[in-house]
Design a binder for this molecule. Structure first.
Ligand code: HEC
Length: 90
């Protein structure tokens, strides 16, 4: 889902987005805490960002019943994403 808006060095994914910045090298630019904040809730850094907040449940609109009260990614999934982003060093 990140590839809707970002490119990442995953050659087998042919269709990648360009709404967000390329994720290649992001693990060298940002540390784990910075990456975590961006994935959890980019809106804290940029209230106008189109990037979804993957781990917040307050202040959302039009949430489907099955998702009400649940973040898109749970804490463990957030850590998996952060760990992956940390590997993107170049
Ligand atoms: C709807 C589009 C969209 C989606 C989906 C999206 N992003 Fe983003 N992302 C952005 C935009 C736009 C930015 C630039 C920050 C801003 O908006 O101020 C960004 C910024 C980032 C950054 C900071 C990059 C940098 O160089 O500072 C990271 C890391 C990131 N996204 C990771 C992710 C991950 C991981 C996912 C999937 C779990 C994801 N994004 C899904 C649009 C998106």
């Amino acid at each position: 889902m990140c590839l809707l808006c970002h490119t990442a060095p995953i050659p087998e994914e042919r269709f990648q987005g360009d709404i967000g910045p390329p994720l290649a090298g992001v693990g060298a630019r940002l540390d784990a805490a910075q990456l975590r904040l961006r994935v959890v809730d980019m809106r804290r850094l940029n209230p106008a960002t189109p990037m979804p907040s993957y781990h917040r449940i307050d202040g959302l609109q039009r949430v489907g019943a099955a998702w009400a009260g649940r973040p898109v990614l749970d804490a463990g999934q957030i850590e998996d994403v952060v760990a992956y982003l940390r590997t993107l060093r170049e």
